[in-house]
Design a protein around this ligand. Structure first.
Ligand SMILES: O=C(O)CCC(=O)C(=O)O
Ligand SMILES: [Fe+2]
Length: 357
């Protein structure tokens, strides 16, 4: 571990991914992807992916509760790939641009300024790199700012940037709007499976957790060897992702192939997380996804995750368990820390919560 301790306490000034990118340094070997770290979903090279707009459906959220066709589109998207692009979300294009704007501004600050918000040695929130848990870990070519936004009384405001000065206000407003959007999605997902309206939302409790991750991917001289984010599925219930307005990078696995999620500048990408796959008894998918790098353009994204209250047990909705579809997952509390324990042991959490009769 000795050589990697540098990465533990936030971002070391001389070694940040951003600095390496600006200096034109070759990414060191700890960033090089081995074939096996592609997540076992695909053994083909990093460059092998298809860009196929039909594979990532577009769903108009403003129609979900009134149009059967739109609800059907949602259900089919979540059953087949677990990912879609949301339009009709009610947020103005100027507000969406503002969210990206504060993220770009923050990442553009001098390193010393960003370091004021560094992740502390034993915390997960703040500005920094990958948490390194093993010598064999392949590092991601990004820096990020990770913050809890709900419950509101658990915000660590000392880690919320004050530069640009609108940062906190914009983040508060964005989180509030996404919370409403997630509530709508929970209702619509339940309706699409003929379930009680609160079948999913009820499992999240009165104080569900919401966290945001601002991702910054600087240009990388070795896009064939280095990933912005390694293949993973999100531990969340639902993830809502604001992609860069120009630069693609996100890829999801669908039918065993990597699909590039096209940029639709003011749409929001919705991808489900493991907690929804568990609650829907495997009907809805939590897609494996990754981020590829490119040689000349930086990319930012803003990912918002929600998850159940840690003390609340989640599990497959009873009405989705029957003889044809036996229970796939056991009930589980605090999936976030369970997921982290599995990650430390090199195990996949969703596999470890499988139900064995
Ligand atoms: O940057 C992206 O497009 C996706 C990032 C991601 O997968 C994550 O933050 O969990
Ligand atoms: Fe993700």
């Amino acid at each position: 571990m000795a050589g990697k301790s540098l990465f533990f306490d936030g971002v070391p000034l001389s070694k940040s991914v951003q600095d390496m990118s600006v200096n034109g340094d070759e990414p060191p070997p700890e960033f090089h992807v081995k074939d096996t770290s592609l997540g076992g979903t695909d053994s083909s090279p990093l460059s092998s992916s298809v860009s196929d707009s039909d594979s990532v459906p577009v769903v108009d959220l403003s129609l979900l509760l009134s149009s059967k066709d739109e609800l059907e589109k949602l259900r089919s998207a979540l059953e087949s790939g677990g990912c879609f692009q949301a339009i009709g979300h009610g947020m103005s294009t100027s507000f969406i641009d503002q969210v990206r704007g504060v993220a770009k501004h923050f990442f553009g600050l001098p390193q010393e300024e960003k370091m004021k918000y560094s992740r502390t040695a034993n915390g997960v929130e703040g500005y920094g790199h990958d948490l390194v848990v093993s010598d064999k870990q392949v590092l991601d070519w990004n820096t990020r700012l990770f913050l809890r936004v709900f419950p509101e009384n658990q915000r660590k405001l000392n880690l919320w940037p004050e530069n640009p000065d609108s940062f906190r206000e914009v983040l508060h407003e964005y989180s509030t709007k996404l919370k409403q959007m997630m509530d709508l999605l929970f209702k619509a997902m339940a309706k699409s499976l003929d379930l009680e309206e609160n079948s999913f939302s009820g499992q999240f409790g009165d104080n569900p957790v919401m966290q945001v991750r601002f991702n910054f991917y600087p240009p990388c001289s070795k896009p064939d060897k280095v990933l912005g984010v390694k293949p993973h599925s999100d531990r969340s219930g639902v993830t809502v992702l604001l992609q860069d307005e120009e630069v693609e990078g996100l890829q999801v696995v669908k039918d065993g192939r990597w699909i590039t999620v096209p940029v639709i500048p003011h749409a929001l990408v919705v991808n489900l997380g493991d907690q929804m796959q568990i609650m829907s008894n495997g009907i809805f998918k939590s897609p494996v996804h990754r981020v590829v790098t490119n040689t000349d353009k930086l990319r930012i994204s803003v990912a918002m995750f929600n998850e159940a209250e840690p003390e609340k047990e989640i599990g497959p909705v009873e009405a989705l368990i029957d003889d044809n579809r036996p229970r796939l997952y056991r009930n589980v509390k605090n999936y976030a820390s369970f997921n982290y324990e599995c990650f430390q042991k090199g195990k996949v959490a969703l596999e470890e919560v499988k139900f064995h009769a």
